[in-house]
Design a protein. Structure first.
Length: 122
């Protein structure tokens, strides 16, 4: 359960329904934050590579080259999937089963069907 600011500025408890996805705006915000953090780390790798020498420089260069791919894949990962087993209970009333395709053993036969002259319906 999370808390959220209500319309009057008070904290209100927000109850989560298990089968409902998060809001699209929240999902986009979270992916944007992940992307910006990854790009910040990449920028630090570029600056670090400019001011260091030796093997650490090459590690930072590798990070600066690989991080954009990882950031884009993580940002485009899409919306989260609902957890299995979180569906709402079935509250529909019990309905009688429908009969088969033909009349039952005690049912009268259907009336005969005849086509009008010409052999087709108009």
């Amino acid at each position: 359960m999370r808390t959220s600011r209500g319309p009057r500025g008070r904290d209100e408890q927000v109850h989560s329904i298990t089968s409902v996805r998060r809001a699209l705006a929240e999902d986009v915000h979270d992916r944007t934050v992940r992307y910006l953090i990854s790009m910040t780390v990449r920028t630090l790798c570029v600056f670090g590579a400019a001011f260091t020498e030796g093997w650490i420089r090459w590690v930072l260069v590798a990070g600066a080259v690989v991080l954009p791919y990882i950031a884009v894949v993580a940002a485009n990962a899409g919306r989260e999937r609902p957890k299995p087993g979180g569906s709402a209970p079935d509250t529909r009333p019990d309905l009688p089963a429908l009969g088969g395709p033909g009349p039952g053993p005690g049912d009268p036969p259907p009336p005969p069907f005849t086509l009008p002259e010409g052999g087709y319906l108009r």
